[in-house]
Write a protein that binds this ligand. Sequence first.
Ligand code: IPE
Length: 247
Amino acid sequence: MYIVKIGGSVITEKSRYRKMRENVISRLADEFIPEDSILIHGAGSFGHYIADKFNLNDGLGDSNRIEYARVALDLQELNSAIIRALIEREKPAITIPVHSFHMVGEEFPHRRFKDYMERGIVPVTYGDVVLDPRKGMGICSGDQIAFHLSKALRPDKVIFVTDVDGIYDRNPKIYGDAKLLGEVSGKEKLNFSGTVPDVTGSMEGKLRVMRAIAKLGIEVMVINGLVRGRLRRAMRGEDVKGTRVLA
Ligand code: IPE
């Protein structure tokens, strides 16, 4: 069984509010292998833009209630485009939105994901707004969902699909001489300075979650979703360019 997390920076233009990359969504839907898989996608400019501007990660207040609702709607629209692309390709996919059933601190209800998989349907979920007992509401990233589901369902592999070839020793979007790392184990000195912060923790936070999954004894790969064929090949179990994250 595979869990695939597609980053928001792959399927949206992160600097333009609510801008989808339709051609990338179509191609990744082509490449996605539905058998025994869960798909999680990120928010990109359908989530981070408003979440940043109205401090949605800090909690629910009178001034941002409407924005939680707006982000939930925006994300549903992005999700619908992905579900539609899968269904058009005869891949049965159904959404399980985290905001509808999860409260931070409670056990993540993974059973329904399994129930759909057992019926030959791909459960799809995404980084979302979420209920929080302390701060009213907050944000649950797709990476955190990948961790919860990995812990409960023990997939053979978790594939993180990003907009670069893998994890580098420094930000490849800033430093031309950044080196792609074939493996990351936490012992390397990585330079995260200059990475654009986002509400769910940027690269440093993402790597922490990836390593937590690797610590469960699960194979974790980071690959480039903007390069044709990499997702398909990774899902077939073939060797692809990317970074393997170790515990
Ligand atoms: C973020 O989810 C969710 C919101 C901002 C509401 P992710 O952290 O999984 O999204 P990306 O992959 O960084 O865009």
